[in-house]
Design a binder for this molecule. Structure first.
Ligand SMILES: C[S@@+](CC[C@H](N)C(=O)[O-])C[C@H]1O[C@@H](n2cnc3c(N)ncnc32)[C@H](O)[C@@H]1O
Length: 183
C-alpha cells in the first residue's frame, strides 16, 4: 500500500529525531552487529533516523536506504547529506539483489505493512541477505498479531532466531527487538 507523508508529519518526525535521536535511534544503531565494512540495508528508512547513526559505523562499508515513499526518501537524502557511503532506493517488488547484504534492519516498519504484502516482502528481505547475514527487527510490542505473522514468515525463510529483547522507547512504549541469522 503506497502512502506519502504530509509536510507536517515530516516536520514532526524531524523534531522527535532532534529530541530523541540519541536515546531511541542511536541506541538501536549501536546494537547492530557492525564492524565497519558491511553492506547494510535499511528497509523502510523513513527520514533516515537510524541511518544517520548506522552510516557513521560503516567507514569501509555501504548503507542502502530503501523506502516505498518518495517523500520519505527525499527527507532521508536531506538528513544524510554529506555522507558518501549511502545509496537510496525506491522500493519496488523483486528489486533487491540476491544475497548482497551482510545486515538488514527494519525499524518500526513491518507492523504497518498489510499481511498479504508481508508475504512478498519478507521472502525478498531474507533473499537479499548473504548466508550468515543478520536481520534485525524492531516493532511495537503491542502489535501481537502482526508480530506472530512476521515471526512465522521470517522462520519460513531460512532465518534462525538468535536473540530478542524488549526495549522501552520514550513516547512510543515497549518495542520488541529480534535478531535473526540466515542459514
Ligand atoms: C514508521 S516509519 C519508520 C521509519 C524509520 N525506520 C524510523 O524508524 O524512523 C515506516 C516507514 O516504512 C516505509 N514503508 C512502508 N511500507 C513499505 C514497504 N512495503 N517497503 C518499503 N518501505 C515501506 C514508510 O514509507 C515509512 O517511511
Amino acid at each position: 500500500m503506497k502512502y506519502e507523508p504530509t509536510r507536517l508529519e515530516i516536520f514532526l518526525t524531524r523534531i522527535v529525531f532532534l529530541l530523541c535521536g540519541k536515546s531511541v535511534y542511536r541506541a538501536f544503531a549501536d546494537r547492530l552487529p557492525l564492524d565497519g565494512g558491511e553492506q547494510v540495508l535499511d528497509f523502510g528508512c523513513g527520514m533516515g533516523t537510524v541511518a544517520y547513526y548506522a552510516a557513521k559505523k560503516l567507514p569501509h562499508g555501504h548503507l542502502t536506504c530503501l523506502d516505498i515513499s518518495k517523500r520519505w526518501l527525499n527527507a532521508c537524502r536531506k538528513t544524510l547529506r554529506g555522507y558518501r557511503n549511502i545509496s537510496f532506493l525506491l522500493w519496488e517488488s523483486l528489486q533487491l539483489t540476491n544475497e548482497s547484504f551482510d545486515v538488514a534492519y527494519c525499524h518500526f516498519v513491518l507492523h504497518d505493512i498489510p499481511a498479504s504484502e508481508l508475504e512478498r516482502v519478507i521472502p525478498e528481505l531474507a533473499g537479499s541477505l548473504k548466508p550468515g547475514g543478520v536481520l534485525v527487527l524492531r516493532e511495537p510490542f503491542n502489535e501481537t498479531n502482526k508480530i506472530s505473522l512476521i515471526k512465522r514468515l521470517v522462520q519460513q525463510n531460512r532465518l534462525i532466531s538468535k536473540d530478542s529483547r524488549i526495549t522501552d522507547i520514550p513516547m512510543m512504549g515497549n518495542a520488541l527487538e529480534c535478531v535473526y541469522i540466515k542459514k
